[in-house]
Design a protein around this ligand. Sequence first.
Ligand SMILES: Nc1nc2c(ncn2[C@@H]2O[C@H](COP(=O)(O)OP(=O)(O)O[C@H]3O[C@H](CO)[C@@H](O)[C@H](O)[C@@H]3O)[C@@H](O)[C@H]2O)c(=O)[nH]1
Ligand SMILES: [Mg+2]
Length: 259
Amino acid sequence: MAADHAILNVDDTFTSQINAMTTDKYSVLLPTYNERENLPVITWLLARTFTQHNIDWEIVIIDDASPDGTQDVARELQKIYGEDRIQLRPRAGKLGLGTAYVHGIQFATGNYTIIMDADFSHHPKFIPEMIRLQKQHDYDVVSGTRYKTGGGVYGWDLKRKLVSRGANFLATLLLRPNASDLTGSFRLYKKDVLLQLIQATIAKGYVFQMEMIVRARQFNYKVGEVPITFVDRVYGESKMGASEIVQYAQGVWRLFLSI
Ligand SMILES: Nc1nc2c(ncn2[C@@H]2O[C@H](COP(=O)(O)OP(=O)(O)O[C@H]3O[C@H](CO)[C@@H](O)[C@H](O)[C@@H]3O)[C@@H](O)[C@H]2O)c(=O)[nH]1
Ligand SMILES: [Mg+2]
């Protein structure tokens, strides 16, 4: 895979570059709903990635009262890694993906924030490249993109691929945000930038990601892109359904009228 290759080649340089930045800390906001099987492995992969690159880190788990016992797993992970590394910040019920980030960021102690899924669709191996690119250009946001050379989607059926392409096409056509993956949610933000974007963003569900990147352009923030491969989850189910798709289309239209 091209992206893998690129990362392996530059890994040593990243490490020395990142080592020098001792004051930086990266907070991963990890929303979970029924991710009991996935949470230990994604945590392990994140911890390994950060440790290998000598990067200060924490994970903020935002669990919406998952009935599968995700929070019990999170508490076990706190015992293993320490409560300073793993924060558990639950909510009382399933309140949606967008508001999960809004909830989680108030507890983040790092100066950078990484937003990603908990089901390995977003692999931590792309994080060092996101950090390197951010540093190189002083980007305010670095967005993982499935839709540039080196990126891709694996494991989705045709319907889901069409929904994703259609969602990106619709928003690109109407909003012209100059980014190749508007609905993707694997991103690195300067924390103060994320806070400002969150305040400006109205959407609550999956449409949140798209609105955030459109707002970033609106505020003239510098946005970089790193190709990522998105691999569909192995354990559990996607939480995206017809109502999320309708909400998305409504969100694009509302933004089109307001910007
Ligand atoms: N706390 C919380 N977490 C949630 C909720 N809904 C989903 N999540 C968590 O959010 C992550 C993504 O949810 P999935 O259900 O796996 O999303 P997906 O269908 O794989 O969609 C992916 O692609 C979309 C665009 O193509 C993205 O918009 C989306 O963010 C995600 O990356 C997972 O970690 C899941 O547990 C919620 O209501 N509350
Ligand atoms: Mg998923």
